[in-house]
Design a protein around this ligand. Structure first.
Ligand code: NAP
Length: 293
């Protein structure tokens, strides 16, 4: 397929690369041009604006930080909403708010443009090695048309609803589960350290109980304090938990755990951890227990 790809950060670069490897024609745009140049050497067409990236494309994928970044790229000057041609579908893979996903569906719909939400699970190494889990929602025919793109970036695609925002609810719920695991690791590791038990040994026990690659990977990262460089920055993790709480408010679902994690992430920001990996949430918990890292 002929596609545009906008946002070549930690996640977007690997995703765009796998689309190229699968034989799709990819026009790329990134605010800082140097990240696009690496992909240009691998066969992507480098463009100078979001508008240019989606010109003549059957689909345009955005993988940007947050709601304001997506708003800028879609509705700003030279944005894709004013450039998408008939039959072009906008696929939003960023982790954005449920409310903003609804706005995107409404505004694109008003212009007779198609819109799908397809956020992803997996860190940059999974994006690079085509191991992402794609969670898609929207109109069935549009999803089927875009399936070759989802197959190119991930190991499995789940279709979770006919309304795009439903995929965003799933993504946010999933991130709350991961953040809760990080909080639990932080609390348990702090207890092990104070009890004089080797926390790596504790992790071996946990891995035997859960047998989960996610527990194994994050457990190792937390146990070894591998927080820098970040694969997923704590400030983006805080953005996500805030979005979880917004959705919880709208859906009238009390989420005391999400509220607690939000406060711990804010404490992380206050202690200079914004650009560290979000698993450094465990450092906040350790600090609360009087432990230095
Ligand atoms: P990142 O490395 O910080 O990349 C962010 C991208 O957004 C960059 O291309 C950046 O452009 C662009 N951007 C930010 N603000 C912009 C603006 N105002 N206008 C235009 N472009 C803008 O972030 P990431 O880790 O790839 O995450 C991207 C999205 O995926 C986020 O929604 C995140 O929550 C989600 N996600 C991340 C992970 C992970 O493990 N990292 C996993 C799943 C989902 P510049 O290069 O010019 O700064």
């Amino acid at each position: 397929m002929k596609i545009g790809f906008i946002g070549l950060g930690r996640m977007g670069s690997g995703m765009a690369r796998n689309l190229l490897r699968a034989g799709h024609g990819v026009a790329v745009y990134n605010r800082s041009r140097e990240k696009a140049e690496a992909l240009g050497r691998e066969g992507a067409r480098i463009t100078n604006s979001p508008r240019e990236a989606c010109g003549g494309s059957e689909a345009v994928i955005t993988m940007l930080s947050d709601d304001p970044a997506v708003a800028e790229i879609v509705f700003g000057a030279g944005g894709i909403a004013s450039a998408m041609e008939n039959g072009c579908v906008h696929i939003s893979s960023s982790t954005i708010s449920v409310a903003f996903a609804r706005r995107l569906a409404t505004e694109h719909g008003g212009k007779r443009q198609e819109f799908l939400s397809a956020p992803v699970f997996g860190r940059p190494e999974a994006a690079e090695s085509k191991k992402l889990i794609v969670v898609a929602a929207g109109e069935v025919k549009a999803i089927e048309r875009c399936r070759p793109l989802f197959d190119a970036i991930g190991r499995q695609t789940f279709v979770v609803g006919s309304e795009p925002w439903q995929a965003n609810v799933v993504k946010l719920g999933g991130n709350l589960v991961i953040a809760s695991m990080l909080e639990a690791f932080g609390e348990s590791f702090a207890a092990m350290r104070k009890a004089g038990v080797d926390h790596h040994l504790f992790l071996d026990v946990i891995n035997e109980i859960f047998g989960s690659p996610v527990y194994k990977n994050y457990g190792r990262i937390v146990a070894n304090e591998e927080f820098d460089p970040a694969a997923f920055m704590l400030k983006l993790g805080l953005k996500d938990i805030r979005l979880v709480l917004e959705a919880a408010d709208e859906l009238a679902v009390p989420m005391p755990l999400a509220s607690l994690i939000r406060d711990h992430l804010i404490s992380g920001v206050a202690h200079g951890q914004a650009d560290l990996d979000w698993s450094s949430l465990a450092r906040v918990v350790a600090r609360n227990a009087g432990l230095e890292s």
